[in-house]
Design a protein around this ligand. Structure first.
Ligand SMILES: NC(=O)c1ccc[n+]([C@@H]2O[C@H](COP(=O)([O-])OP(=O)(O)OC[C@H]3O[C@@H](n4cnc5c(N)ncnc54)[C@H](O)[C@@H]3O)[C@@H](O)[C@H]2O)c1
Length: 346
């Protein structure tokens, strides 16, 4: 457990309560190990986590993370000092972000009702535009130059696209995979992406496919969100589009994510999509459901699918009853009341 910063400290305890209850009900015990890494650790030690942090995490079955980020620390320091090293070292190459419109939740889009939106964004999580390859020339001088290079490998592209197809098969819903591209303007990386997509698609004749330029995809997420099933994109495109899909289904406070090593060589990491929300931290009003959803995804990954589904269903029930309606959903429930509603439903 890395509760991290800001609202991370408030949502993780709610997820723990739900995991413990799920354990009682489904006959497993969670052994939590808490790591106090993040902004406070940085202020005391000059780094976001200790030098041997990854060795400390390695023996875990899974990692549940709240959020990291502090107004007094540049965001690239928090991201590169904690989240990105974990994702890369443990080769968590599939970032899975479901977006479902549930009963009791209002989409900002008119005329959409529960069940109309049910998609999952699969984002490449280890390379692409976030590879951190580049540098400054004439740094801090008026003629400063910054170069940032994207890295797309056939191996990296192929494995994430294949993961998306496998997920479409497993979900067995609309059986459709949408590829997000920009090969009209990015004539190398995205041309490779398109060519690999076509190769892999050929191996899944039962799955319908569609390829959209990222700008058209942004429009179509708003215009016809109900048409999407599994959407696969690069690190940057997946990052941006998954914020759109999150708000389409009501709130960032409902958006969970999994950073998966699908080959299970290393621990996978589960976290809400949202950040440390310093504007509301410490007030007991943050919506804990995204983190509890993420904990449910963790149970599923830990091969406790019954318990994972029960956690999901408990959240859905709590939302439908109106008893887990925090401020971001237009209600007045506190963080712990929302947690209580899920516990009771479970
Ligand atoms: N994975 C992560 O840890 C992660 C992700 C995104 C941002 N960040 C960091 O978090 C900090 C704040 O970033 P930001 O403000 O751009 O994004 P944010 O997600 O923290 O907040 C965006 C807005 O959504 C609201 N919000 C977010 N989660 C909510 C929840 N569960 N319930 C109710 N309202 C919620 C916030 O109050 C805020 O108004 C920055 O330091 C940023 O780098 C971290």
């Amino acid at each position: 457990m890395i509760a991290g910063d800001g609202v991370g400290q408030e949502v993780i305890p709610e997820a723990k309560r739900v995991l413990n209850r799920a354990g009682q009900k489904y006959g497993f015990t969670c052994q939590f190990q808490d790591f106090d890494w993040g902004a406070e650790y940085y202020f005391a030690n000059g780094r976001m986590m200790p030098q041997n942090a990854l060795d400390l995490l390695r023996p875990s079955d899974a990692i549940l993370l709240g959020a990291v980020g502090h107004p007094d620390i540049p965001d690239h320091v928090t991201l590169n000092g904690l989240l990105l090293p974990i994702r890369r070292t443990f080769d968590q190459y599939a970032n899975v972000r479901p977006a479902v419109l549930y009963e009791g939740v209002c989409s900002p889009l008119a005329g959409r009702k529960a069940g109309d939106i049910d998609m999952v964004i699969v984002r490449e999580n280890t390379e692409g535009e976030y590879s951190q390859v580049g540098g400054f020339v004439y740094h801090h001088q008026p003629e400063e130059v910054a170069i940032q290079t994207s890295v797309f490998t056939r191996r990296g592209v192929e494995r994430i696209i294949r993961f998306a197809f496998e997920l479409a098969v497993k979900r067995n819903k609309k059986r459709r995979v949408t590829s997000i591209t920009k090969s009209n303007a990015q004539g190398y990386s995205m041309v490779l992406w398109d060519s690999v997509f076509e190769d892999v698609a050929g191996q899944y004749p039962q799955i319908e496919t569609e390829s959209l330029l990222v700008d058209a995809a942004a429009m179509n997420f708003i215009r016809r969100p109900e048409s999407f099933d599994v959407v696969v994109g690069s690190n940057l495109f997946g990052d941006i589009l998954s914020d759109i899909s999150a708000i389409l289904v009501g709130s960032m406070g409902l958006a969970p994510s999994a950073n998966l090593d699908p080959l299970r060589r290393f621990p996978s990491m589960f976290e809400p999509v949202h950040g440390s929300a310093p504007d509301i931290a410490g007030r007991g009003i943050v919506n804990p459901l995204a983190t509890i959803f993420s904990a449910g995804m963790m149970l599923d990954h830990l091969e406790l699918p019954e318990a994972g589904a029960a956690v999901d269903q408990a959240i859905v029930k709590a939302l439908a009853s109106g008893r887990a309606r925090t401020a971001d959903l237009g209600g007045t429930s506190s963080t712990s009341q929302a947690g209580d509603a899920v516990l009771e439903a479970l």
